[in-house]
Design a protein. Structure first.
Length: 672
């Protein structure tokens, strides 16, 4: 929103959106609120800041059933063989990234997190490496391989299995014999981790092994001692991967204890290669529950998609049968993740009710719920531009305060909308955020950094962070995402204003959207690991006439689907504010119209009923009530609610002094 403009009754032709072609270029995780349920594995895992992934083979990506399940169910992928040494560097110094790039690029295009597997492993190793017996040569070869591969995938890989299966089976608790241990000694593991950190400082670095699920086993204890030593000496290790190739009985009784004990060392734990003989429903559920009960268990990967894709295909160990149908273990897994236990369906298509938004909307509006609360130092005329999350049993709401003196921010919290009007207003100009122009806030929790982010405009795109959303004094001083306005915005903004910054992340990247009051929607991009730094590649994501694509863009992930929803505020032919909407399969676009015209709007006074009386004819800058509170900005697929700003239809005068109030829309044509 731009506080400097003054709008009277203007007529604006509303043209169809012209989308620019897409450029394809999770602290403690908290459980989702009890009433939030998704219908796919990845979507439900994301509600607690986790991922649910699958091992993927490039050679199967031409199989429509395979990719249909992959795209629908999983928000993380691990290349099965395509990043292993014998594929990437079959001959010394000659690197083949083609198969790995195929998986990496596809994951990025579908918003899926990418796990790198694996940099150093004694198997699937070319003979020229295995035959090296000179320590200096092998050290140089190992470090060069790590550096070249990690550099190539820098910014694309969320986590690397840096060293794989270095410990021996049996009762020794020591490292196994391998060319790396035998020639370089046990210190090769530490050297590999330090080299990987230098090559990619943002990726999480993991040690990965099998048969380390039982806490009392000597092998588990050997890995534990190594990780404890690494953490004590500052060796860069971020996570431990437990492969979890279980027999029919599933995990050992102490599996959760093992996860907890590793996590207590200050590392994440991940179940990296899960499969269970005969796919017992109870075994899968017990495995998933163990992860869900450990805050630092950040994700689960099944090793394959259908039973026919598994390295243990004769044991039918996965969640989908050979025809791609969901097995009973799928339902127990989804339920253990906290999701819907709907009846199994065959095939690879997502049920429409879980994924599809309607093509037109109807809404019922509350009356004005929240009004300004001036005090001796804040003569507030309007409260506007709300951002809200539901967390720990309360709504936490941030908004702009407007007056003739300018704009700043306010915070309030309440347990129920009936209490919103009486909630205390905490003015954030009294905090480190400071006085001066701050407006149009957006709030979310970054699960990887365990920090709340408040994004707002200051003339630049700015943000503050806070470990505790309920503490209004905990916000940091403003920092900027950009050093200055990106050139492409400067070249197209005309007489407009750079406004309404909006951040949303998928598993691989974060995107910053903004508007210019001149018909352009901009998008910048950085990796999830680099966020909040590194926003580059600013492009025009969409454009239209000035008033048809004005400002206040919102972008959301639709729960239980691979669909994103874009809302942009327009000014209608009657001079009133309303919202148009589009959808896309990825945050990189392209955007297809949904309810995108003045005759079929997403939300306009004409498709809103006002049971308490028509207190506004503007449906202006607001935010959807989300299904969660993290950086994915996930919303339900139905029963939508939208918090918005409205005002007395007869009000006029200086824009900064308009009497904006906050009201709540509830979808009245929901089909679920």
């Amino acid at each position: 929103m731009n506080p400097l403009k003054r709008l009277g009754r203007r007529r604006a032709s509303v043209l169809s959106l012209l989308a620019v072609a897409a450029l394809v270029t999770p602290g403690a995780a908290s459980a989702a609120p009890d009433d939030v349920r998704a219908s796919t594995l990845g979507a439900q895992a994301a509600q607690s800041g986790r991922y649910f992934g699958a091992a993927v083979a490039a050679g199967r990506l031409g199989d429509g059933t395979y990719t249909g399940i992959l795209d629908r169910e999983f928000n993380s992928v691990t290349p099965e063989n395509e990043m292993k040494w014998d594929t990437v560097e079959r001959s010394r110094g000659s690197f083949n990234f083609g198969p790995g790039d195929q998986i990496a690029n596809r994951a990025a295009a579908h918003g899926q997190r990418l796990r790198g597997h694996t940099l150093v492993w004694h198997q699937q190793l070319p003979g020229w490496v295995s035959s090296i017996r000179d320590a200096n040569t092998l050290r140089s070869v190992m470090n060069n391989h790590i550096t070249q591969v990690a550099n190539h995938y820098r910014g694309k890989v969320y986590a690397w299995d840096v060293v794989n299966e270095a410990f021996a089976d049996g009762g020794s608790g020591q490292m196994r014999s391998s060319v790396f241990r035998d020639v370089l000694g046990t210190g090769f593991v530490e050297e590999a981790f330090r080299t990987a950190r230098s090559a990619d400082p943002s990726a999480k670095l993991c040690y990965n092994d099998y048969n380390i699920e039982n806490w009392s086993d000597a092998k588990t204890q050997g890995v534990y001692r190594m990780v404890r030593d690494f953490k004590a000496r500052g060796v860069p290790i971020d996570c431990v991967g437990l492969q979890s190739h279980f027999g029919a009985g599933g995990p050992p009784a102490g599996f959760q204890t093992t996860l907890s004990n590793f996590a207590a060392l200050g590392v994440d734990v991940q179940i990296t290669e899960l499969d269970i003989a005969q796919a017992s429903t109870a075994a899968y559920a017990n495995t998933v529950r163990a992860c869900m009960n450990v805050a630092r268990c950040t994700g689960i990967t099944v090793w394959g998609i259908r039973d026919s894709d598994s390295w243990r295909s004769g044991e039918n160990p996965l969640l989908f049968d050979r025809n791609g149908n969901k097995k009973p273990a799928y339902q127990s897994t989804l339920t253990a993740l906290g999701g819907s236990a709907a009846a199994p369906r065959t095939g690879s298509r997502t049920p429409r009710s879980a994924a599809a938004l309607p093509s037109s909307f109807r809404w019922s509006s509350s009356g004005p719920l929240i009004a300004p609360k001036p005090d001796s130092t804040h003569n507030i005329a309007g409260i506007k531009d709300p951002s809200v999350v539901y967390y720990n049993g309360k709504y936490h709401l941030f908004a702009s305060t407007a007056s003739s003196a300018g704009y700043n921010l306010v915070y309030l919290s309440f347990s129920d909308w009936s209490q919103a009007g009486s909630a205390t207003h905490h003015y954030l100009d009294r905090t480190a955020i400071g006085a001066g122009y701050r407006a149009a806030p957006q709030v979310f929790y970054n699960t990887q950094q365990r920090l709340w982010y408040l994004v707002y405009q200051t003339g630049n795109a700015s943000y503050s962070t806070n470990p505790d959303i309920s503490n209004p004094n905990g916000w940091s001083a403003p920092r900027n995402f950009y050093s200055s306005m990106p050139d492409i915005i400067r070249q197209n903004i005309g007489n407009g204003y750079w406004v309404d910054m909006w951040v949303i992340c998928d598993s691989a990247n974060c995107y910053l959207f903004s508007s210019d009051d001149n018909g352009h929607l901009y998008r910048s991009q950085t990796t999830a690991g680099q966020f909040p730094n590194g926003f580059t590649n600013t492009v025009i994501a969409a454009q239209d006439s000035k008033y048809a694509l004005f400002e206040a863009s919102n972008v959301y992930k639709v729960q239980g689907s691979n669909q994103y929803l874009l809302l942009v505020e327009a000014i209608g032919s009657d001079g009133r504010r309303y919202f148009r909407s589009w959808t896309a399969s990825s945050l990189a676009g392209s955007w297809s119209p949904l309810a995108a015209s003045e005759s079929n709007p997403f939300a306009k006074s004409g498709n809103v009923t006002f049971p308490a009386g028509g207190w506004t004819r503007d449906i202006s800058h607001g935010e959807m009530i989300r299904a969660g509170y993290d950086q994915t900005l996930t919303i339900p697929a139905c029963k939508l609610q939208y918090l918005y700003q409205g005002k007395d239809p007869n009000a006029g005068g200086d824009y900064n002094n308009l009497p904006w109030r906050l009201g709540l829309l509830t979808q009245s044509n929901s089909t679920c």
